[in-house]
Write a new protein. Structure first.
Length: 157
């Protein structure tokens, strides 16, 4: 077994005598672990835009044996005309994400006004299941146009 010692500290790296392999973990300058597979993957974007009064769904297509790693979600609600509020909020739902997060929007708004929800995790959110589409679903709402933008990566891990 070989041991490599750091010149700056008492840290050691051990090399397995049989496999001749050593395990290392990579970290960013602020201490967050780096996933080298995700770092090497390219970002993919999906945009879905509806028409007034219609629902819209952004679907991240399945890739065999791979998960989606969400790095950015933006959901915009555009008021085509004035909307008066009701007691029940507008809920934008998701599938294949841990806990199936729901985004809440106001039921009232002035014509021309935009409501926006942005979800940008510090690292990424992995889909719950591999080989499965991930969706963000906006319901049909009178006098509303929806737009969804999602950036993500695919990976086996």
């Amino acid at each position: 077994m070989a041991i490599i010692k750091s010149g700056d500290s008492t840290d050691q790296l051990t090399v397995d005598p049989v496999s001749k392999a050593a395990r290392v973990s990579l970290y960013t300058s602020d201490g967050l672990p780096v996933n080298p597979i995700l770092t090497l993957c390219s970002d993919t974007g999906v945009t879905a835009t509806g028409v007034s009064g219609a629902g819209v769904t952004a679907t991240l297509p399945l890739v065999a044996l791979q998960f989606h790693f969400i790095t950015f979600i933006q959901i915009q609600l555009y008021n085509v005309a004035n909307r008066s509020g009701t007691a029940t909020p507008i809920l934008v739902t998701t599938t294949n994400l841990p806990g199936n997060p729901v985004f809440l929007f106001n039921t009232q708004g002035a014509g021309g006004e935009i409501q926006e929800k942005v979800f940008e995790p510090s690292q990424y959110i992995r889909s719950t299941l591999a080989s499965t589409p991930t969706t963000i679903v906006c319901p049909a709402v009178t006098n509303v146009i929806w737009r969804i933008n999602v950036w993500y990566k695919n990976s086996l891990i």
